[in-house]
Unconditional design. Structure first.
Length: 164
């Protein structure tokens, strides 16, 4: 065996046990929305897996709230310092690094886009349109499609094992 072959085998072996998802989605369903804006917004975030049920630190909900309310006033969006100022004006104290982490989560899900140094709701669209035009086709449908590919591959493997 050549020296590089054992290194290749070690890489393959190490990779087999460290499956890292390209993206992770957690979807939750609640009862129908009520009239309380903030409860609806929090449940929206929980439904997308951005916040865990019962989690007390919900900075991401407040950040989304600020971006939603500024959507019509500032078409170009807000930079991270403006978001921090908005949080502090509401007496919500969040460390700057956590604000950036929450913004990255919102970007990853597809609800928010970054243009230059500014963050805004994707294309300043209503939230329902963002979900139906960007999140569902590019995130949810893609993951479900990949799950179907795995299911098909498993079924084919089982069929070929029975034939052998």
């Amino acid at each position: 065996m050549m020296p590089h072959e054992s290194a290749v085998k070690k890489k393959v072996k190490a990779r087999l046990y460290k499956d890292k998802p390209l993206i992770s989605i957690s979807l939750n369903e609640f009862e129908k929305p009520g009239s309380d804006y903030f409860v609806n917004l929090r449940r929206f975030c929980i439904s997308f897996g951005l916040v865990s049920p019962g989690e007390s630190r919900i900075g991401i909900v407040h950040i989304l709230d600020i971006l939603l309310k500024q959507r019509t006033k500032k078409k170009d969006g807000l930079d991270s310092y403006e978001i921090i100022k908005g949080l502090y004006s509401k007496n919500i104290r969040i460390v700057y690094a956590n604000v950036l982490r929450d913004l990255r989560k919102l970007l990853a899900v597809g609800l928010v886009e970054k243009r230059g140094n500014n963050y805004r709701i994707r294309e300043n669209l209503p939230l329902k349109e963002v979900v139906s035009n960007f999140v569902q086709p590019y995130l949810i449908n893609r993951v479900v499609s990949r799950i179907n590919e795995y299911a098909d591959a498993i079924d084919k493997s089982l069929t070929s094992q029975k034939a052998a």
